[in-house]
Design a protein around this ligand. Sequence first.
Ligand code: S3P
Length: 173
Amino acid sequence: MNIILVGFMACGKTTIGKALAEKIGYAFTDTDTLIEAQAGMSIPDIFASLGEGHFRKYEADVCQMLLKHQDGSVLSTGGGIIVNANNRALLRKAGKVIYLTVTPAQVMERVTDYTTRPMINYPDPAKRLKIVTEMLTKRDPMYRNTADFVVETVNGNPEKAVAEIVAFMRSKK
Ligand code: S3P
């Protein structure tokens, strides 16, 4: 069984995912890292030179690959992966899907270098907050519909999130 983490940018997928993987002895993988390896360039460079559409195509390919992924992995996913309905179906087939929630205010606080996040790369904080809020409002139902379990990470406590995921996975055995 794989554990797949979904959620908006800066919800803690990498931090919580790595801590969870270490705790339960699973491998940790990230879809953005797989895409960067395949494309031979960074996510911002893919957006800048090939465009978002091309990035989404890479993302869809990676979802197909996840079906063949070795069992026993924690897989962190890019925040926009769930916008595509086929990706949502593939993620659900590839493992148990966990949604980590975050608020727009937390995203604003946590993303200090927004230039690494092309979808919210706006220097004006008011504009950035507006975009973050709109995207999160649109995506939240998609994350929830895809997820087997939702972890409310609003107070930002990785250990608590890890414990909740471990308890959920035990309840499924
Ligand atoms: C994106 C989120 C990013 C990355 C890309 C697009 C999005 O991943 O996949 O910049 O559309 O929300 P993180 O959620 O890991 O930042």
